[in-house]
Design a protein. Structure first.
Length: 260
């Protein structure tokens, strides 16, 4: 990501429906897996400008890391009560790893050329029992100028996401598409962007603030997906969403072997 995209995130991520609803969904999934309290440490790798992690303060101990000094500077300015570090994971977490109860990788891996190598290195560093919550953009057919502006290397299929932890000592708790209810509108927006050769939003992306009432409506529609996702996570439903603009994976490391 470039400075323009980080500044856009900092400007809208506390208000824009996509950021707000995704953040609430992730918070609910995390709480159902790692109950808040007792100083449990959550690490957000690729934390960007910090709003996702800051929303968890009060329920967890929080540590954010990003390789972008610009992003971390914006995060520190906006959320001074949260600890943020500049550097590459897993090294930047250092001696704190044994305390980590959950790792967030929220729309990070698509920015990395060798996503398997990055995921493997973080997985090896995490302690046994650590929960990983991973989100990525889904469906290569949705590729558009928005992805190019953000420096994405790929959009994922479910199989591509599973491949990141296939063969490791991982208990998959949830794997589902999400941002599914609004998928027809997203498909239309991405098709129009491909036809025009540019995205319709700010900084070369699809992001722009809608009107107040529309922003509230879109937030409610997207956040409403949490019911099905939680039902799958808690064993009350077999399947999540079969299609969507994003994928979410929730898994637990069941071995502390460095080979895993």
């Amino acid at each position: 990501m470039e400075t323009a995209q980080f500044r856009l995130h900092a400007d809208i991520e506390e208000r824009h429906w996509w950021f707000v609803a995704r953040r609430m969904i992730i918070r609910d999934l995390l709480a159902a897996t790692v109950p808040p309290g007792d100083g449990r440490l959550v690490v957000d790798i690729g934390c960007g400008t910090g709003a996702n992690l800051a929303s968890l303060v009060g329920d967890y101990r929080c540590l954010g890391a990003d390789c972008s000094p610009e992003a971390i500077e914006l995060a520190r300015q906006r959320f001074p009560a949260v600890e943020f570090r500049v550097g590459q994971a897993p090294e930047v977490i250092g001696d704190t790893w044994p305390e980590v109860r959950a790792v967030l990788l929220m729309d990070v891996l698509e920015h990395v050329a060798d996503d398997h190598r990055m995921f493997a290195s973080i997985w090896r560093a995490a302690p046994k029992g650590c929960v990983f919550l991973v989100t990525v953009p889904a469906d290569p057919r949705l590729w558009s100028p928005h992805d190019e502006a953000f420096g994405h290397f790929r959009r994922y299929t479910a199989e591509q996401l599973i491949d990141l932890w296939r063969g490791r000592s991982a208990e998959t708790l949830l794997l589902s598409h999400f941002n599914s209810r609004l998928l027809p509108l997203i498909c239309l927006a991405r098709w129009l962007a491909r036809v025009r050769g540019r995205a319709a939003g700010q900084a070369g992306t699809d992001f722009r603030m809608p009107s107040g009432w529309l922003n509230i409506l879109l937030t409610r529609v997207f956040y409403g997906e949490r019911r099905r996702l939680l039902a799958v996570l808690l064993g009350r439903r077999r399947r999540g969403y079969r299609a969507g603009a994003s994928l979410v994976g929730l898994l637990r490391k069941s071995s502390d072997s460095n080979k895993d």
